[in-house]
Design a protein around this ligand. Structure first.
Ligand SMILES: *Cc1c(COP(=O)(O)O)cnc(C)c1O
Length: 425
């Protein structure tokens, strides 16, 4: 038994399921998860002494690669002054100014501690601003684990949400309507069924929590005009896409302007940070400026801000990173596509820039229903073979692969060669 197995045996006795977040468990794989000791660049090292090429990147934050020297140094430096004051600091002002100066659709921003908190608070602000209760989300999009968003996906349009988790009262999800990703008509139907009642439509502008599902041409533009027409706010959940597809996230990448936006992951560079922002008149609803209550003891924590702001400044000053990520994505994901074609495998690859998924699905994946048609046993077999070859993928068919600036062409070619060996058999 390896050290990871030993640690997992201890962990399950004291931590539910042995992990502090379900995505870390190898539930779909049927083995103990790897316990990680350290990471550097595009590599991650487990407690058993194995080295892997990492395609999880802490689920996105490590866009510059693990253990990026400037970020580590900024954190060490900030620590010398104390870890938290629970009082206003200069770096919070700098963070807010930096974001608002460089993202035209963000006039004001509030820092929180996670993506979940960012989304939950953005929705509260949207409801407070519009005076409406209902929200529309898309089946297969994940927006954190707040009650109102844990609705079961079902198939097709749903006018009232059914909780997807034990412990969520029906009352918490009854105002959450569910539409079909990439299907504007489903959104139109819901908006027309509840005229003047929908506060916000929230969407992952590139869905990356059912595997990667890109928006069809015109989908985001269509959401924009439907929302404008109905006096409904459009919220882009850019917890994954923000500062990743472009410095200005999906809003910049696709040229569509949301009313509000949520951030997480990259904005903290590996520290627990989230943020929500948008138009001034909406954000001024938030307390203490306005009547929408939202607070946080550790929000805007100086160490977290030092990490996050250092990463954002680096990305802004080195925007060639985005072109490189686009090229790396093209190389890796179209490379996988090519291999599938060569060995006549009926599977599909979806990707946008550095985000990608290989779906073990025979039909194109455009929404939750088509994603769910994937053969998860085939995925598990592939995952295990990749792990044995030193490639660390997310242990689920329904999670993205994340490329970072630290993934070199050589590393990508080595990965492709392992993928080829797998499908050749
Ligand atoms: C990860 C994620 C969240 C939740 O963020 P946490 O920091 O895990 O709470 C919300 N929305 C999207 C799109 C995400 O990918």
């Amino acid at each position: 038994m390896g050290k990871s197995e030993e640690l997992f045996e201890r962990a399950v006795k004291r931590i539910p399921g042995g992990v502090n977040s379900p995505v870390r468990a190898y539930g779909a794989i049927g083995m103990a998860p790897r316990f990680i000791k350290r990471a550097d660049g595009c590599h991650i090292y487990d407690v058993d002494g194995n080295e892997y090429v990492d395609y999880i990147d802490s689920w996105g934050p490590m866009i510059l690669g693990h253990n990026f020297p400037q970020i580590r140094e900024a954190v060490v430096e900030a620590c010398a002054d104390g870890l938290s004051f629970g009082c206003a600091t200069e770096i919070e002002v700098e963070m807010a100014e930096f974001i608002c100066e460089h993202l035209p659709h963000v006039e004001m921003v509030r820092m929180v501690n996670s993506g979940t908190e960012a989304v939950m608070s953005a929705i509260r602000a949207a409801r407070g601003y519009t005076g409406r209760d209902k929200i529309i989300k898309f089946a297969g999009c994940y927006h954190g684990h707040s009650d109102a968003l844990l609705v079961s996906a079902g198939s097709g349009v749903m006018t009232s949400g059914v909780p997807d988790s034990a412990g969520v009262p029906k009352g918490c999800t009854q105002d959450t309507m569910t539409a079909v990703y990439n299907d504007l008509n489903s959104v139109k139907t819901l908006l027309e069924q509840a005229p003047g009642q929908v506060a916000a439509v929230i969407v992952e502008p590139v869905a990356a929590n059912m595997g990667v599902v890109p928006p069809k041409k015109g989908f985001l533009e269509g959401l924009r005009s439907l929302c404008t027409e109905h006096g409904t706010l459009l919220i882009f959940d850019e917890v994954i896409t923000g500062f990743r597809l472009a410095f200005g996230g999906a809003a910049e990448y696709f040229g569509v302007t949301p009313d509000m936006v949520t951030f997480g992951k990259i904005i903290g560079a590996g520290m627990p940070v989230g943020a929500y922002g948008g138009r001034k008149e909406i954000m001024e609803m938030v307390s203490p400026a306005g009547p929408v209550y939202q607070a946080g003891t550790l929000s805007g924590n100086p160490i977290a801000m030092a990490a996050g702001l250092t990463q954002l400044k680096y990305l802004y000053e080195h925007q060639e990173v985005y072109k490189e990520l686009e090229e790396k994505g093209e190389k890796l994901y179209s490379g996988i596509e090519q291999i599938l074609k060569e060995y006549k495998k009926p599977y599909h690859v979806n990707y946008v820039s550095s985000l990608g998924s290989l779906f073990f699905a025979e039909n194109e994946v455009v929404d939750y229903t088509s994603a769910k048609a994937s053969d998860t046993n085939a995925f598990a077999d592939y995952f295990l073979a990749m792990l044995k070859s030193g490639i660390h993928l997310a242990p689920s068919q329904f999670e993205a692969m994340f490329l970072s600036a630290a993934h070199t062409d050589t590393v990508i070619e080595e990965t492709l060669s392992e993928v080829r060996d797998y499908f050749m058999k």
